[in-house]
Write a protein that binds this ligand. Structure first.
Ligand code: HAX
Length: 434
């Protein structure tokens, strides 16, 4: 066992005991009612999952183990001489429920660097796809190709006892998180940079090295990647990608299978793909209007046309949030600090001023405010990462941290197979219309 794993192991008995005692005392208590409408409307607001790593408040947004994003920007260690939180620290915090020291973060960084070697067959598998294949498809194929390395699958085949499932799940999760930047950078360079790949720089941190392998080596972009990878990592348990990883994992599918399934959910336009849709929509708007910096009136007109065409305005709205997403605010602050004069930032700011009022006026949109995806593309475009089809892969690399940490805990707590009940409209009618 490495030191991180040993420290995690020391936390398991108390967590198991806490849940056992809690269930013995309160297991039969009722925490809410389920309305018929909730069953038809995507189970909104129905508490049905346990996720310890982060919690979303509709008004305030995300807290990771109790800490808001601005708090984490102060409390999590940064790269020497830099300011943004390191995702290694976020990982440590949500796994251990403990703020990391600089040493803890260095240990995670070194651990991931040691594990980061990707077997050659993974690249060959990706190479078998046409290079115009959507990057998210290439990403999922790459993750599945990595599955040959699953320690959990091997251990399970050899009859490992249930109490030890978490140990090989930890190995799989750590290996997968460590290797994803290499796989993602490979897809990016293959699709957009003539297959001219860049070797990792093991002296760098996980996100800094990812920026380097993508081909963006300035310190400001590395800082962006550190912030990006931290804030996109986890968003409580019910979102499509997190829930899917948990659901598929509950069948004892290994970390590779579970995470690949989650990434197929992230690739949907109502979820993670919204980050590419935002930039696509914004560029199309600029082209249709014929201006680099459309006025607020022109933006409003274009929004009305989008809505009249039966389409959503990407980057706005949320199933849980009812205010501006703090992940949006963190990115806006990054833009104000590093690129206040960027013309695309001005456009994104004008969209922020215009869209909520328009969505509110429809009378049906429950949250007219921007979500995380409304801003990320502008920051990437600023540094030259303009190939927006790739953006959801960046989101996916970050999401590995939250979803796989949860999978390790699922195994440590022996979470059972997830299998909710379903009903039929006929049965519901019988029940209420008799
Ligand atoms: N533009 C236009 N209409 C919107 C809208 C938007 N941005 N957001 C919601 N609506 C519409 C819904 O489509 C729905 O319309 P119908 O009644 O005609 O079906 C109505 O308003 C009520 O929806 P809601 O209850 O407010 O929102 P939901 O919980 O059903 O959906 C979504 C939440 C995020 C899917 C939704 O707001 C949306 O489609 N937004 C645009 C896509 C987007 O940005 N997705 C990323 C979300 C964050 C995320 O997961 N990031 O990865």
């Amino acid at each position: 066992m490495d030191r991180i794993q040993e420290h995690f192991a020391s936390k398991i008995p108390a967590a198991q005991a806490e849940i056992k005692t809690f269930l013995a005392e309160h297991g039969e208590k009722v925490i809410g009612e389920i309305k018929v409408s909730q069953i038809y409307q995507g189970m909104r607001g129905m508490p049905a999952l346990i996720c310890e790593t982060s919690k979303l408040d509709p008004e305030e947004g995300i807290r990771f183990r109790g800490y808001s994003i601005p708090e984490l920007q102060k409390l999590l260690p940064a790269y020497p001489g830099c300011q943004e939180p390191l995702p290694e620290g976020l990982f440590y915090l949500i796994l251990m429920n403990e703020l990391p020291t600089d040493d803890d973060v260095r240990r995670v960084s070194n651990n991931w660097a040691r594990r980061a070697i990707v077997p050659p067959h993974v690249f060959k598998t990706i190479d078998a796809l046409p290079s115009h294949t959507h990057p998210m498809t290439q990403f999922v194929v790459g993750i599945m190709a990595l599955r040959t390395e699953s320690e959990f699958a091997k251990a399970y085949a050899n009859g490992v006892p249930k109490s030890e499932y978490w140990e090989t799940t930890y190995e799989d999760a750590m290996n997968l998180i460590a290797r994803l930047p290499r796989v993602a950078a490979y897809i990016y360079r293959r699709a957009y940079k003539n297959g001219e790949h860049i070797e990792p720089d093991t002296k760098l941190d996980w996100a800094g090295n990812f920026a380097h392998m993508l081909g963006y080596d300035n310190e400001e972009f590395r800082e962006l990647m550190r912030l990006y990878m931290t804030i996109h990592s986890d968003h409580e348990g019910g979102n499509v990608s997190a829930h899917t990883v948990h659901l598929v994992g509950s069948a004892l599918s290994d970390a590779y299978q579970s995470f690949a399934a989650g990434m197929n959910g992230l690739a949907g336009p109502l979820h993670g793909l919204a980050n590419q849709e935002v930039i696509k929509w914004t560029l199309e708007m600029k082209e249709a209007i014929g201006s680099e910096t459309p006025t607020k009136e022109e933006i409003a007109q274009y929004c009305q046309e989008t809505l009249a065409g039966g389409k959503v305005i990407p980057g706005f709205g949320h199933a849980v949030l009812r205010k501006t997403d703090p992940r949006y605010t963190a990115q806006r602050e990054f833009a104000m600090k590093h690129m206040p004069e960027d013309p695309l930032f001005q456009v994104i700011s004008n969209i922020y001023d215009v869209v909520p009022g328009i969505l509110e006026a429809t009378g049906k949109v429950k949250n007219p405010w921007p979500n995380v995806d409304a801003h990320s593309g502008q920051l990437l475009m600023h540094y030259g990462l303009v190939e927006y089809d790739f953006y959801t892969v960046l989101f996916g690399v970050s999401r590995a941290i939250g979803t796989l940490t949860n999978l390790i805990w699922d195994r440590a707590l022996a979470m059972p197979l997830e299998r909710p009940g379903s009903t039929t409209t006929g049965l519901l009618k019988k029940r209420f219309e008799a």
